[in-house]
Write a new protein. Structure first.
Lengths: 353, 560
């Protein structure tokens, strides 16, 4: 096991810059997700860490070993890392046992050790009894488990995941999220997890590194990322958000549309232009009182019932805001009601679009 | 650090190796064409005389025109037949489509040369079985069919090249989105209109590429015109290359000069083929699979459609093999067609004669060594190009594909000039050298496609498990592409066993293979002996195909 350090990583393909100066650290035993839309450079970053892709510049260190610097790179087979692939990459010409035992046999371990450790890895992922099956005879979820067992069996210093759940159907995906996290916690392996699914990243990781266009946009805990996005991109990519142009009016006070709004974070932001107020729909709450701090009259222009919640479109002070009310709230299109926007939940972000 | 040494060193070995195998023979052919005599002759000097006698003579202009028109005609006929068969099998409710498809592509695995011998037996003007039958049974006085004519040559060539057109068109039909045709039906168009206005235009590039491929194939075909037209009335470049080097007055320089002319014809044809193929790729439409296109109901046309396929099989396989067997196992003459006694004596005597035994051994050796070396080289180049991404990968790719533009007889001329002074000449090794180079494009392309089709992650997973490059190649990559390599092996085996045009230029007393022996018998006028040897060769091919198909489960249709 080891920590990971990535410094100023750049990957260029001709004129295209896929990864543009990315730096981050992953502590020993930490589970970090690289999150971003497709083409943001997250997979390329992961593949550089694995040694499957060459860095054009920058440094990658695993523990005390520099594995990539100045075009000198340790080949993947000598990095002591292992990876779970998006396509699982279960070898179709080998049995489940042979797939998992492969890395141990490469290490030249005695037969008994190979047997014992492979059995243990298969038990760990719940595939005991499947040893003699071939990869092609397994379901997607089972292949996924083979891939995980194969990756952990070699006791890698670093465990890498390349969108491992994206090929599973929705129900199984949710179950596997918890299983993978449980497994990682039990093994305590330093892990880097690439995904474009924000829910997956939120549920699984200690820390999320949000990427866009080859650069890191924000790096924080899942809660922090959701509650305190620092840019339009972060606010829009993680969860849904009302983003409206805002002007700081005084300490703790901003103006959006015709509304003067109290916002805790307003004092912290010295910038006056290019600011957006980010208001999550669930932070717009229907209230009985008709006046007070951040209480406004709103007209309901559209209602959609989603089961657990009711989503509404509200006309407030010349703005159109989306709100998410608890399902028991009775609202009808065309009616008026009063809503309160929690001053603590209004976040100012830079308009980077 | 990863693979850096192999990336630089491998091309340093492969490029010169390919140059010697592929380019040097062609260069030597051009040199041979401007020399007055053999390479050993001290009086040999530079001359343009041979080139002039070929390029600047009205006589050869006629040969070129005749070659081009025969090839174009063959390509048109074979392509039309191929389209019709492909459409019937891919788009209609023709019964037993799987079996029908096997029947249509079966001639691919047989020897066109042996087929030509069979058609000589069937359709020569006087003693041809069909003509004798026509005289005796139908009372027709003249000649029913005569294969020793331009029309006969065109017909028989087209007969044996139909499968190439079929495969190209069928794979194109299967790769286009059926929804395009379904949309046409929903817009009110019928089957005929849909086929003419939607299907055919969409597969037009595939039709063109089939046309050019067969055109090049025909232009380089030596066996069929040489066998059918024994008196060489119909002028054909490939036959002239051989005649110049085998019949009096023997002139290897002129043979080389004609070879260069055929080379240019072939290059132009291949250029057309490549342009058409590239266009065809653009028309491939990726679709969500999982549903089959609604099949066109043939109704009353079903019987004629089945009859068409059966007629094709009858003309390409059944009749010819019946004729060969009849000729090999009876002593017939035109009076005793129905009462000829069947006897094994002739066939057994021929099979046991030392020259046949020797040539069987030679054929088997060449048939095993060539595909083994050829596929090994092909997969090595493919691995270097696609996996190691070596320096000069494009050069390697171009060199490995180059022989596809060189007809066997042209290559044979070049190999002859290259190795005549070496100890390899006159041994089976000179044949092996010629065959490796000739069939390298097939072995290379098949390996390359197989490599492209396996998920890179399968190999990357092995690296991350700590396996070295060579271990990954041996334990993961090779096992995964093994089916493709076996197909390639069987395919090159078939090509090598039935090959005649290069072999006949490189033959000497010690390296006679079955096809050359059969041709020699034919040359002496002993057709039954030629038939026996042709059948022996077919048996060898059949054993190879059966082994490949049922033991190694090779999917041969994929290989072509």
């Amino acid at each position: 096991m080891a920590d990971l350090h990535v410094r100023d990583l750049v990957v260029r393909y001709g004129h295209v810059v896929a990864v543009d100066g990315v730096s981050f650290d992953v502590a020993e035993g930490e589970f970090v997700a690289l999150l971003g839309p497709s083409g943001c450079g997250k997979t390329t970053t992961l593949r550089c860490i694995a040694g499957l892709e060459s860095a054009s510049a920058g440094e990658i260190r695993i523990g005390n070993d520099v594995v990539a610097r100045d075009g000198r790179e340790t080949p993947p087979e000598r990095r002591g890392v292992n990876m779970v692939f998006q396509s699982y990459a279960v070898w179709p010409h080998m049995t489940v046992f042979d797939n998992v035992a492969y890395g141990l046999r490469v290490q030249g371990l005695p037969r008994a050790d190979v047997q014992a450790r492979t059995d243990e890895a298969l038990r760990l992922v719940g595939l005991g009894g499947f040893e003699r099956r071939y990869g092609t005879e397994l379901s997607g979820g089972q292949q996924q488990r083979v891939a995980v067992a194969r990756a952990v069996v070699t006791a890698p210093r670093l465990l890498l995941f390349d969108e491992p759940l994206s090929n599973l159907d929705a129900g199984l995906r949710e179950r596997m999220r918890f299983e993978l996290v449980g497994l990682q916690r039990r093994l305590g392996r330093t892990s880097v997890y690439v995904t474009h699914d924000q829910a997956e990243a939120m549920v699984m990781s200690d820390r999320i590194i949000l990427m866009n266009r080859g650069k890191i946009v924000q790096e924080s805990s899942p809660r922090e990322l959701y509650e305190r996005p620092t840019s339009r991109f972060a606010a829009e990519f993680v969860g849904s958000a009302n983003l409206v142009e805002a002007r700081v009016d005084g300490p703790g006070r901003i103006v959006i549309g015709d509304l003067v709004l109290h916002a805790r974070s307003a004092g912290e932001t010295p910038r006056q232009s290019g600011l957006l107020a980010c208001i999550r729909p669930e932070n717009i709450v229907p209230v009985a009182e008709t006046s007070g701090e951040n209480v406004f009259e709103a007209r309901v222009t559209r209602v959609s019932f989603l089961g657990a919640t009711v989503n509404c479109e509200l006309a407030v002070g010349g703005l159109t805001l989306r709100a998410e009310f608890p399902a028991r709230t009775r609202v009808n299109e065309g009616t008026t009601l009063h809503v309160r926007i929690d001053p603590a939940a209004v976040v100012l972000v830079s308009d980077d679009a | 650090m990863r693979g850096v040494s192999a990336r630089t060193s491998l091309p340093l070995i492969l490029i010169p190796l390919l140059a010697i195998l592929v380019l040097v023979p062609i260069a030597f052919m051009f040199i041979g064409a401007v020399l007055s005599g053999g390479l050993l002759d001290p009086a040999t000097h530079f001359t343009l005389e041979k080139l002039a006698s070929v390029y600047a003579s009205l006589d050869y202009l006629r040969t070129v025109v005749s070659t081009l028109s025969i090839s174009a005609l063959v390509a048109v006929i074979a392509t039309i037949a191929g389209v019709l068969l492909a459409w019937l099998i891919a788009r209609t409710d023709l019964p037993a489509r799987g079996a029908m498809e096997m029947c249509v592509i079966a001639p691919l695995f047989l020897s066109p040369f042996v087929g030509a011998i069979a058609w000589l037996i069937l359709g020569s003007p006087k003693a041809g079985l069909l003509n004798v039958l026509a005289r005796q049974v139908l009372g027709i006085d003249g000649v029913l069919i005569n294969v020793a004519t331009q029309g006969g040559i065109v017909a028989i060539m087209a007969l044996y090249f139909v499968p190439y057109a079929y495969l190209t068109v069928a794979s194109s039909l299967r790769s286009i989105d059926p929804a395009m045709e379904e949309a046409s039906y929903l817009n009110g168009a019928g089957v005929l209109r849909t086929t003419l206005r939607v299907t055919l235009p969409v597969i037009r590039p595939a039709l063109l590429s089939a046309f050019f491929f067969i055109f090049v194939l025909s232009a380089g075909t030596f066996a069929i015109p040489a066998v059918l037209d024994r008196s060489a009335q119909v002028r054909f470049l490939a036959v002239d290359v051989f005649q110049a080097s085998a019949t009096y007055p023997i002139d290897y320089g002129r043979s080389a000069a004609i070879g260069t002319l055929l080379f240019w014809v072939s290059i132009v044809g291949i250029a057309g083929y490549r342009i058409a193929s590239r266009a065809a790729k653009r028309f491939v439409t990726v679709t969500a699979r999982g549903y089959r296109i609604r099949l066109v109901r043939l109704r009353a046309w079903r019987a004629p459609a089945v009859a068409l396929v059966i007629a094709y099989v009858a003309f390409a396989i059944v009749l010819p093999y019946f004729a060969l067997i009849y000729s090999a196992f009876t002593r017939f003459n035109s009076d005793s067609l129905f009462s000829a006694p069947w006897s094994l004596t002739n066939a057994v005597a021929v099979s046991q004669s030392p020259e046949v035994v020797d040539s069987m051994r030679n054929t088997l050796l060449v048939g095993v060594i060539s595909p083994t070396l050829c596929v090994s080289l092909g997969v090595l180049i493919a691995y270097a190009v696609r996996r190691l991404r070596v320096r000069g990968a494009r050069v390697l790719d171009a060199m490995a594909m180059f022989p596809i533009a060189v007809p066997g007889i042209v290559f044979g001329t070049g190999v002859f000039w290259t190795y005549i002074l070496t100890p390899a000449y006159g041994t089976i090794w000179v044949l092996v050298l010629a065959f490796i180079a000739s069939y390298l494009p097939f072995a290379y392309r098949l390996s390359e496609t197989a490599l492209l089709q396996i998920d890179r992650a399968l190999e990357e997973a092995s690296s991350l498990c700590g396996a070295s490059h060579s271990r990954t190649a041996a334990r993961i990559t090779l096992p995964l592409i093994r089916p493709a390599l076996l197909s390639a092996w069987v395919m090159v085996f078939i090509f090598s066993v039935r090959e005649i045009s290069a072999a006949i230029l490189l033959t000497s007393s010690d390296n006679v293979v079955l096809s050359v022996l059969s041709y020699n018998y034919l040359d002496y006028g002993d057709v039954p002996k030629a038939a026996v040897v042709g059948l022996l060769q077919t048996v060898m091919l059949a054993i190879g195909i059966v082994l490949g198909r049922f033991i190694f489960r090779v999917r041969l249709a994929r290989a072509v």
